[in-house]
Design a protein around this ligand. Structure first.
Ligand code: NAP
Length: 504
């Protein structure tokens, strides 16, 4: 550890999920080997490492939910489970020789911009290092959120979050309370229903659920994808193209989603025969406003004898009794929170202190904003992968990550071209212009007009998470760094002073 104090690297990547591993591959391909990947866990995978709950799977088809530069002809199912995705990321790590760059069990505690030296000082659990450029790939689904429920501390049973599943806890015969009806909870419910004694689902807001067209990918298909890579490519392009065509309904014409909403309602009606339960399960907002969930076994699980639906949020815990907002009382041995993540209040932001001495969290107290999803003003040479407004409502995040990696590679290229000790700081006017335009477009989207509250919106009701366009458009606008949107900072080494150059 001691020899790592004061170590300097060209690039420090934070996180080894899809974003961090992708960054590592692209840096190596750009000829940069002087970089480290700082990973707080003992293994790669990010959210796909942490989320190991029963039933955990991806609701984007695997042939699209994978790197374009690391295709996998052997995906076993159209929608892969977490173990397969995690194994894929381990393979990517080995295939691209990334392991040598990764520091495991190395949590970043503080990042401070040194205005004289023009580099970041990074304090980690394993000592301090400095880096010219930081690529923060901590992702929006990294830190679990458990709501502040009065009396929860006094609950004597087991409590855990979906992303911190306690595999040593035996669910057999237990009275389990599942809190939430998001993408995680609806996968957990059918997976644990056969095992538990009683399962009570606390639903604060119902979700629209569509069928999941999941099937085994046949041996013939896999053989074809291996022998004829073009078939694999075509499959990916088709999956991508369909989703690109859907985008305008989400971003411009939410009324067009009416047909999809009717399909979702019919999907429910086929399984849920009781009209009262159907009413409870039917959302009062436009489909797509919250993330559309895909499941064939969620509704069937709700019809099982050992499952109760409480159509109300969890308000309070009194001893072993859970009290819902509508007053319903439920006895439980364990509470499982499927209550999501700190998305709009990105946890790493509290640890990043920029050129003005303020943290990114302080700068973002009115809401996150960055230039092209990557650069915040006053935080030179700091890029976020899956930064503000780079999320998607209907397609694969890997497409967005790869676009941001293009931006990262061009950022490094620009630094090289400028030469010497140099940093790029996003101009406040450029950040403002980018976000004003983005928020203007956001006004028409289903996320803002659909009549729901979702984790896409921050505490002020502003959508700071989703990209209001197609993935190809995002790819185009992140293809290269426009130097005029940045201030070029140079360190005058002798005087220790910093000079600001007007960019060409
Ligand atoms: P989430 O979508 O944020 O859902 C959280 C749930 O907790 C919501 O239903 C919320 O209700 C509920 N909740 C919060 N406080 C509550 C309370 N006091 N009582 C009852 N319910 C309460 O979280 P998530 O399901 O973990 O999913 C997060 C994201 O992870 C997803 O949207 C998706 O992007 C990703 N994910 C993806 C997959 C996949 O297949 N690719 C699978 C799992 C997760 P309200 O709706 O009323 O707020």
């Amino acid at each position: 550890m001691a020899e790592r104090e004061h170590e300097h690297v060209r690039v420090a990547v934070i996180g080894s999920g899809f974003g961090g591993l992708g960054a590592a591959v692209r840096l190596r391909r750009a000829g940069i080997t002087d970089f480290v990947v700082l990973e707080r866990r003992e293994a790669v995978g990010g959210t796909w490492h942490d989320n190991s709950y029963p039933g955990c799977a991806c609701d984007v088809p695997s042939h699209l939910y994978s790197f374009s530069f690391a295709p996998n002809p052997q995906w076993p199912r159209s929608f892969s489970g977490q173990p397969h995705i995690r194994a894929y990321l381990e393979r990517v790590t080995d295939t691209f020789g990334l392991r040598q760059h990764i520091r495991f069990n190395c949590e970043v505690q503080q990042l401070t911009w040194d205005t004289d030296e023009l580099h970041w000082v990074i304090e980690t659990g394993q000592g301090t290092l400095t880096a010219d450029l930081v690529v923060s790939a901590t992702g929006p689904l990294s830190d679990p959120k458990i709501p502040d429920i009065p009396g929860l501390d006094g609950f004597k049973g087991k409590v855990f979050h979906s992303a911190q599943w306690d595999h040593d806890y035996d669910l057999r015969g237990k009275r389990i309370a599942m809190i939430g009806t998001g993408a995680s909870a609806i996968q957990i419910v059918p997976a644990i229903q056969p095992t538990v004694g009683r399962l009570t689902l606390f639903q604060r807001t119902p979700a629209w659920v569509m069928p999941r067209v999941d099937r085994r990918i046949t041996g013939v298909e896999r053989w074809l994808h291996t022998m004829l890579p073009a078939t694999r490519y075509l499959r990916r392009q088709l999956l991508w193209g369909i989703r690109e065509l859907q985008v305008s309904a989400f971003t411009k014409r939410p009324a067009e989603l009416g047909l999809v909403q009717r399909l979702a309602a019919a999907h429910m009606k086929r399984v849920i025969k009781d009209p009262q339960t159907r009413r409870q399960l039917t959302p009062d907002y436009r489909i797509g406003c919250k993330r559309i969930l895909l499941s064939n076994d969620f509704y069937p699980a709700l019809t099982k004898e050992n499952v109760d639906l409480v159509a109300s949020g969890l308000r309070e815990v009194r001893g072993s009794t859970l009290v819902a907002a509508d007053g319903t009382e439920t006895e439980a041995d364990a509470i499982i929170f499927g209550t999501g993540f700190h998305v709009t209040d990105m946890p790493i932001a509290k640890k990043v202190k920029g050129a003005n001495g303020t943290t990114l969290a302080e700068e973002w107290k009115e809401g996150m904003e960055a230039l092209r999803g990557a650069s915040a003003a006053g935080f030179p040479n700091f890029l976020t992968i899956i930064g503000p407004n780079t999320g998607l409502g209907n397609s694969s995040m890997i497409l967005m990550i790869e676009a941001q990696l293009n931006y990262m590679v061009d950022f490094v290229r620009q630094l090289d071209t400028l030469g010497g000790k140099v940093a790029l700081d996003a101009r406040p006017a450029a950040v403002r212009a980018w976000n004003q335009h983005l928020q203007e477009r956001m006004k028409r989207t289903v996320w803002n007009t659909g009549g729901c509250d979702s984790w896409y919106l921050d505490a002020n009701g502003r959508n700071t998470t989703v990209w209001p366009g197609t993935t190809s458009e995002f790819r185009k606008v992140t293809k290269e760094v426009r130097l005029e949107e940045y201030e070029v900072l140079r360190a005058a080494a002798r005087q220790g002073a910093q000079q600001r150059e007007a960019a060409a």
